[in-house]
Structures are given as C-alpha cells and as structure tokens.
Ligand binder design. Structure first.
Ligand code: SF4
Length: 238
C-alpha cells in the first residue's frame, strides 16, 4: 500500500462536511477528477462497488487509483455471465476485487424461510442477500463509489455526484451520475471496457437471475428488474 493511499479515519461529522463541500465543488466535474479526489482524500478507506453489469466505474477508478478495491456482492443468485465478468475484471484490470457474500447460503436461507423467497418477499430477500452484506462490507470504508446515473430511472434522477449516505454515515460518490447511456457506450467503445455479455443478449440492466428478464422494445432500461412485482430498487441506494 502506498503511503499516498493511507488515510486516517474521520468522524461522521467530518465526513458529512467533506461530502457537502465536495457535492458543491464536483457537481460539474469530470468523473476522473471526482474519483481522484476520493482516492486522494480517503485512500484505501475508499472503494468502488460494482454489480458487474459493466466495469466502467472500476475502469475509471483504476486509472487514477491503481489497485483500487472493487466490491462485488455475490448474492448466490447471479447469472454465470456476471460471475465471469467479475473474474475477467480481476484478471485484466489493475483493481482488487473484493467479493462479499450473505451470512446464509441460498440453501440455508431456503431452509429457514422456504424456497424462492425472492418470489414471495423480494424486499426481505434483498435485505438478507444485498443490503446486510453491503452494510457489513462497507464498515472498512469511509467513502464508496457507485455507477448510479440520473437517467436510469425516476428514483435515481436526483443522484448527487458526491453526497452524504445518511443511513451508512459514509460519503457516497457517483462519478457518472450526469452521464447518459450514450456517454457510457462511448466510454466502453473507446476504452475497450469489459461488459457483461448479457447486455448484448436483450438485457439492459443485470441483477440476480430470478429477478431479471430481458426488456421489450420501448421499455426503459430497468423494466426487466423485478418485473411485475412493484419493486424498482434493491434497497442499496434508498
Ligand atoms: S434481486 Fe432477487 S434474488 Fe437477488 S437478492 Fe433481491 S430478491 Fe433476492
């Protein structure tokens, strides 16, 4: 670990104040500048999270912070293509992939709650397999980056580039919040960034296999997530 990337632990008040100031300063900033600020400010107490739909934010971060930790939640329900993308990211990019797993395996969860909890109570399933492991995994960090974009859905329209994650008491960085899908596609093409093969197989947003379907012409990108279940977010970003 380079000394440039060792950062002291800060109090929640200090972190909140940093987040508020950076939120104003970086609203119009280039994504790399946002990530460079996060790396310089938080060092290894900063990580990137990735669903392995694509590796855009991980790629951007690795350019300004080689060896940056990329946190991936392995819910036990991922498509093989998603796990393959995770393995490829680790193999070809200058990052350290950290895989988080739920407390229970799928089999243990089935034994306690009954099979296919995702069909009967997806909020509970997401709480057990996504929200709780992320809470625990993020304890080692003061700041985390996401690939959230404002144009993805109405629930993400107000995503700040740098904001305060009140629930987790951490700085939350969304360096590509202002990007469009065209910006993402251009960055991927120009930089040869790894993407999940499902994106070229009719899926526009990739989550757990039981809760993700291909989208139909005219549907928005997240229409294939929890389709028909009145659920739009897993709880990680609420
Ligand atoms: S997306 Fe579906 S399978 Fe994955 S944790 Fe949530 S409810 Fe469970």
């Amino acid at each position: 670990m380079s000394t440039a990337h060792i950062a002291r632990q800060r109090s929640p008040e200090e972190l909140k104040s940093l987040a508020e100031r950076a939120g104003r300063d970086f609203e119009e900033a280039d994504a790399r500048d946002v990530l460079r600020w996060a790396a310089d400010t938080f060092g290894h107490r900063f990580c990137v999270t990735s669903s392995m739909e694509d590796a855009v934010v991980a790629h951007l971060a690795s350019r300004v912070f080689p060896g940056v930790r990329v946190v991936f939640l392995d819910t036990g329900y991922h498509f093989p293509e998603t796990l393959g993308t995770r393995d490829a990211v680790q193999a070809v990019m200058d990052v350290e992939v950290v895989t988080l797993t739920p407390r229970q395996s799928v089999e243990q969860q089935d034994a306690q709650y009954g099979p296919k909890l995702h069909d009967r109570d997806p909020d509970l399933c997401c709480a057990l397999r996504k929200v709780q492991p992320l809470e625990e995994g993020l304890r080692a960090y003061d700041a985390w980056a996401t690939g959230l974009r404002r144009d993805e859905s109405p629930t993400r329209a107000n995503t700040p580039v740098v904001g305060w994650d009140e629930k987790r008491q951490k700085v939350k960085v969304s360096p590509i919040a202002r990007w469009s899908q065209q910006d993402v596609d251009r960055y991927i093409a120009e930089n040869g960034v790894l993407t999940n093969p499902l994106l070229t197989d009719g899926y526009a947003s990739v989550g757990c296999a039981p809760c993700t379907r291909r989208i139909r012409p005219g549907e928005d990108a997240r229409a294939g997530r929890w389709a028909g279940r009145g659920k739009t977010e897993c709880g990680l970003h609420l």
